[in-house]
Each structure stands twice: as C-alpha cells, then as structure tokens.
Design a protein around this ligand. Structure first.
Ligand SMILES: [Zn+2]
Length: 132
C-alpha cells in the first residue's frame, strides 16, 4: 500500500544537492530527503526539517521502508559517527507518522496526539523489538 509517493516522476531537474539515503542507499535530491541530526547534549537523534542544525546530518527518504531499514541497521548512528547510547525515539515517531492509515496531511514531525495516541504506543513497542 504505497498511496503516497512524493512526486517520483522527474528525478532530474530538482534544485539542491544530491544526498544518499542511509536506508536504501539511493541518491536523490535533498528536497526529497529528511535530514537527521544528533544532539550530543541530549544524546538523541532527531529530524531537522528546517535544516538549521549544525554539524553532520544523515539523510533518509521520507518513506517507511527507508526509515525502518535505517533504524534496523543503525545507519543513522553510523553515518553520524555517534558513540555510545543514543535515543532514536524521534525517528521512530516519524516512522509511525508515515504508516498508511495515518492522516497524511499531518507533518511527520508535527505534534502528535488525538485519537491515535493509543495505537502509536503499540506500534512503538513493536518497533523497539525490531531494533534489536
Ligand atoms: Zn531511501
């Protein structure tokens, strides 16, 4: 069920540099990819939709498959050269927001809440298991 492929037609012609997705290793315009950054102070990985964070960034397609694969391989951690424990909860949240059936008009990194809260929690537990 891939109802929402972000304008897959016409890969060329997009402005902006080409980045490599840490999930599928595919190269794409950075406008199609989500930037992930590491905050050493809080030891968390988080999306950087405005791309204002300094330092290294890891890039991933805004697609369930790519984000799930990257989480599974710890590709963000490796790409960002993070040592030690780091929380990937914020990335998991993006993944959850991309699940089919969710309100796709909502931004994946926007505020969560409402009636879907209970379901999100259940999915979170499932994702954590997959990360091991
Ligand atoms: Zn990808």
């Amino acid at each position: 069920m891939q109802g929402r492929e972000d304008q897959r037609s016409g890969t060329a012609g997009g402005a902006g540099p080409i980045r490599t997705c840490v999930g599928c290793r595919g190269r794409d315009s950075d406008s199609r990819l989500l930037r992930i950054v590491h905050d050493p102070e809080t030891a968390t990985l988080s999306p950087d939709p405005r791309r204002r964070a300094v330092g290294r960034g890891a890039w991933v397609h805004r697609e369930q498959r790519c984000i799930a694969t990257a989480l599974d391989r710890k590709a963000f951690i490796r790409s960002l050269r993070v040592a030690g424990n780091v929380s990937q909860d914020a990335i998991t949240e993006v993944l959850e927001a991309l699940r089919p059936g969710h309100d796709t008009t909502r931004r994946p990194f926007g505020p969560a809440g409402g009636a879907q809260e209970e379901e999100r929690t259940r999915h979170d537990e499932h994702t954590v298991k997959l990360q091991r």
